[in-house]
Design a protein around this ligand. Structure first.
Ligand code: ADE
Length: 246
């Protein structure tokens, strides 16, 4: 998978793309990222890439020319193009899975007030938001997207198990987890986790996941209920108990 990132703030990406899990994924050749500095394509002697919006208003907008030239340098007309913007579709599991299964895409990061609309129109940009709040630029959202996509690429995480058990991907939020010591500040780890009985441990985890999801994210819980799940008799009994509580 290759991700081409167009930005005016190259330096923001270094520690994230080079660090930890993403850095290792790049070394293994599982994900390739290329940073393109939009300022390199400016024809202005001061490398200017922004100007004031027509019609007035605060802030500056990315001008078409440097963006068009930078985009053409990576063949963006033939590629899936994503622009990070609070105006976009809110990123979710479905989009992340789809991107993780693709060969790659182009990511454009705007700063200040955004970009000239003609850039988005000419390249058929899809707008993607990371949530209903506004950040100062698209760089952090782009890194959030890359991180979420990268960890779904087979081989990026240590074991594929860590995905299947996980919050969201199973449709339920994750159960509570504990590590050593067994007792800390008078608080004990649930007894069932020590017995070595994997069936009982699984049922305890399943129940915690159900209760946490029902309480915190009733929307996810309803979606999980509506989707077809093969449950064992014991899982059905637990689900029945959880559903029968107010
Ligand atoms: N740029 C600024 N805010 C953003 C958000 N919430 N999502 C994506 N891109 C953004």
């Amino acid at each position: 998978m290759k991700i081409e990132i167009l930005t005016q703030f190259m330096e923001m990406f270094g520690p994230v793309l080079g660090g930890s899990i993403l850095g290792r994924a790049a070394e293994k050749g599982l994900i390739e990222t290329e940073l393109i500095d939009i300022r390199d394509w400016s024809l202005d002697k001061h490398r200017k890439t922004d100007d004031a919006p027509f019609g007035g208003g605060a802030g500056m907008l990315m001008m078409p020319q440097p963006a068009f030239d930078a985009l053409d340098s990576v063949g963006a007309r033939e590629k899936r193009c994503i622009y990070m913007s609070p105006r976009g579709r809110v990123m979710d599991e479905e989009l992340i899975r789809e991107l993780a299964a693709s060969d790659g895409f182009v990511l454009l990061c705007g700063h200040y007030e955004g970009v000239d609309q003609r850039i988005l129109d000419a390249y058929g940009f899809e707008e993607v938001s990371i949530g209903d709040y506004v950040l100062t630029g698209g760089e952090l959202p782009a890194m959030v997207l890359i991180d979420a996509v990268a960890r779904l690429i087979p081989g990026v995480l240590g074991s594929s198990e860590s995905l299947s058990e996980e919050s969201i991907y199973s449709g339920l939020l994750e159960y509570d987890q504990y590590t050593k010591p067994r007792e800390y500040a008078g608080m004990e780890v649930p007894e069932v986790l020590f017995g070595g009985n994997h069936r009982l441990i699984h049922l305890w985890q399943f129940e915690r996941s159900l209760r946490i999801t029902k309480e915190r994210r009733p929307d996810l819980f309803e979606r999980w209920l509506a989707s077809h799940r093969e449950l064992t008799k014991e899982e059905k009994r637990i689900l029945h108990d959880v559903l029968s509580e107010a």
